[in-house]
Design a protein around this ligand. Structure first.
Ligand code: ATP
Ligand code: MG
Length: 386
């Protein structure tokens, strides 16, 4: 008898002919997640199992963060001996109180009892051993799963996992990552759909501090835990912001700045083989997130821009941020480059020709070139920025 994890996957089931490809990716990603913890992954009968990890509880938490995994059950693997199975089931349920049901599945048809008979037999033994449990077949608090396959697998706990699609099956995209609440959530939403996400951060030293940048790195580390770490490109942005501030109409400042962010993000994205940009914008949240302002930022790039939060309100976004673990870091009070140069009365309906005219006053190509030349990289799995 030994402890194993039973890993269930959701949507990958629906992939028809591509299913083997999605499954292979999923298994590889689980391997990469648990092998550093000593765990061993294998697949049998279209089920994924993990075994041999010294700390199964920690391993289960790690696996529940792998995209594509629907739920994880700490389970026991044992011989197909009816008496031993009944004993083990009684032991696993001895501290439970409330209602339960036994769910037996027999894929090994040579096992003498069929599923119904197994359920009756095991249910009886559990009830005998624990007077605090009663049977409820419709809406039980606990489900005791019994699977008779190559071996017998037993579990009562099922931990919800992140779901989504295996990382790496959805292409590659570049997230514009600020230190706020929204952009980490936006990145997470695309990662969840199997997209491999890198980040670009615009840094306006000395208007924004080293600590503000550290906060962004910390957010990238948290997001990176759902995959294989995250690569962050840090773009020196002070010069562009100063020029916009000095030479352009104040009310267009934010949208102009955002247009330069998009241009630079697209250039970095192309350099690293990304096919799309991701931002944390939500319609109407601030002046630069009106439909006109969004159109004005989209106008300067050719790549698709994904805005997964566009229809969510702040409370919903905050809820996701809390659930995925970025919220506490996002609300740390360090300044962001957007807040430093924020106009007092930003235009909510910027005109495209006014923006073009303002940009004429800047030596834009040269500013972009210089910014791109100064880009540094931070890899969440390494100590230093390079
Ligand atoms: P967030 O909470 O993500 O900071 P926000 O509501 O503060 O979003 P804005 O400051 O208008 O919104 O920024 C909109 C989007 O632009 C962000 O979600 C992010 O994708 C991107 N962005 C803003 N500032 C930066 C930055 N310094 N570096 C990289 N991307 C940024
Ligand atoms: Mg922000």
């Amino acid at each position: 008898m030994r402890d194993v994890l039973l890993v269930r996957f959701g949507e990958v089931h629906l992939k028809g002919l591509n299913r083997p490809y999605f499954l292979r990716k999923l298994v590889d990603n689980i391997k990469r997640a648990v092998e550093p913890m000593g765990g061993h992954v294998w697949m049998s009968d279209s089920r994924i199992y993990v075994r041999d990890c010294p700390d199964m509880e920690a391993c289960a938490r790690r696996v529940s963060r792998v995209f594509g995994v629907h739920s994880v059950s700490p389970a026991v693997e044992m011989e197909k001996d009816l008496q031993a199975i009944c004993q083990q089931c009684a032991a696993m349920t001895k501290d439970l109180k409330g209602t339960f049901k036994v769910l037996a599945r027999r894929s090994d048809k040579s096992f003498p009892l069929d599923s119904m008979a197994l359920q009756r037999e095991i249910g009886g033994k559990v009830l005998e051993g624990n007077p605090n449990l009663t049977v409820d077949v419709h809406n039980p608090q606990y489900k005791l799963n019994v699977e008779i396959r190559d071996n017998c697998y037993l579990c009562v706990r099922e931990m919800e996992a992140v779901g989504g699609m295996p990382m790496g099956t959805g292409g590659k995209a570049m997230l514009l990552l600020s230190g706020g609440i929204d952009s980490p959530v936006a990145g997470f939403q695309l990662m969840k759909r199997g997209v491999q996400v890198q980040a670009v951060h615009f840094f306006s030293f000395p208007y924004t501090s080293q600590r503000a940048k550290e906060k962004v790195f910390q957010l990238a580390r948290i997001l990176g835990e759902y995959g294989n770490g995250m690569l962050v490109h840090v773009v020196p942005f002070t010069q562009i912001q100063m020029e916009i501030h000095e030479k352009c109409p104040d009310e267009l400042g934010t949208v102009l700045m955002r247009r330069y962010m998009m241009r630079i993000a697209e250039a970095v994205a192309r350099r690293y083989g990304c096919q799309a940009l991701i931002t944390g914008e939500s319609l109407g949240q601030v002046a630069s997130q009106t439909m006109e302002a969004l159109a004005a930022t989209d106008q300067v790039v050719d790549m698709p821009v994904f805005r997964p939060l566009i229809g969510l309100d702040k409370l919903e976004i905050t809820g996701i941020a809390t659930k995925i673990g970025t919220y506490e870091t996002s609300i740390l009070p360090y300044e962001d480059c957007c807040t430093v140069f924020t106009p007092r009365h930003p235009a909510t309906k910027p005109k495209l020709d006014a923006l073009a005219a303002a940009e004429q006053k800047l030596n834009g190509d040269e500013l972009v070139r210089q910014a791109l030349e100064g880009v540094t990289q931070y890899r969440t799995w390494e100590e230093e920025e390079t």
